[in-house]
Design a binder for this molecule. Structure first.
Ligand code: URA
Length: 270
């Protein structure tokens, strides 16, 4: 049935329709067609998301329709609260109290970051996996160990890097996070980037690259090309590279990933 890890002591009733059902706090966007097909009283008020809307809205299963007004309000509030966090501890507390990302309902732990609180290099991956979910720290499984070896070869350690993901909770079965899930986490991630104040953002894999660079192009096409993005009042140099999990499956691609790390080193040394 696709179950690969025990995440709770009691089974979750996914078919429950009341407000307490897992994921019911998430304001699922509805396409115009879905909207028209639903009875008007089941529609929640629209949520203002200050960032670009997800490119595709999924069909909304009946069991997930119609988040309560309170849940929608809480989600919107948390999004604006993210901008006010003065440090990473405050941001962590806000994320812990945020129920707007449905991944939280099935994850064991929040995976916020590992490494230095402020660092010249900030690394952003796709999503926590099984080991990360158990430990509550990003990139601690096999892919993370390869990442650490690559960073060490380039002369870096947890003291000079800040490592996180585009979503803070593990997607069930390690599936790719949906645009709704990444969008829900994005205000927190943007504030995290401002607080870490890196000189370089290194995006690992297609998911992170697509989300941060707002592109549909494949990772093999966009990797290795520098861009500049603005977060708050600071400009950050951004480079997309290959995900270490891909490198484990495709060792021949390690050469390209190594060239990308050398490019980061050159960028940092001016
Ligand atoms: N893959 C990721 O993208 N992030 C992790 O934290 C672990 C594996």
């Amino acid at each position: 049935m696709g179950a690969d890890a025990a995440v709770g002591d009691e089974a979750i009733d996914w078919l429950r329709e009341d407000q307490g059902a897992p994921g019911s706090g998430f304001p699922w966007p509805q396409s115009e067609t879905t909207r028209a097909a639903l009875p008007s009283q089941s529609l929640a008020p629209p949520v203002r998301v200050p960032l670009a809307a997800p490119r595709t809205a999924p069909a909304t299963p009946a069991s997930r329709r119609g988040p309560s007004e309170a849940a929608v309000g809480a989600g919107a509030e948390a999004r604006s609260a993210a901008r006010t966090a003065r440090d990473l501890d405050e941001l962590r507390r806000l994320i812990e109290g945020f129920d707007g990302c449905p991944l939280k309902a099935t994850a064991k732990n929040l995976c916020f970051y590992r490494g230095a609180a402020q660092a010249p290099i900030m690394i952003i991956g796709e999503a926590p996996g099984r080991e990360e979910d158990i430990e509550g720290r990003p990139f601690v499984g096999r892919a993370g160990q390869l990442l650490d070896r690559m960073l060490a070869a380039a002369g870096w350690s947890e003291e000079n890097v800040h490592i996180t993901n585009v979503v803070y909770w593990r997607p069930p079965g390690n599936r790719t996070p949906t645009p709704q899930e990444t969008e829900a986490c994005r205000p927190f991630l943007e504030r995290q980037i401002e607080l870490v104040a890196p000189r370089v953002l290194l995006l690992l894999g297609g998911s992170a690259a697509k989300q941060i660079l707002r592109t549909d192009e494949g990772i093999l096409k966009i990797r290795g090309k520098w861009r500049t993005l603005e977060f708050g009042s600071s400009k950050v140099a951004v480079l997309a590279s290959l995900h270490p999990a891909y490198l484990l499956r495709t060792p021949i691609a390690k050469r390209q990933a190594w060239l990308d790390l050398l490019s980061v080193r050159a960028e940092l040394s001016g």
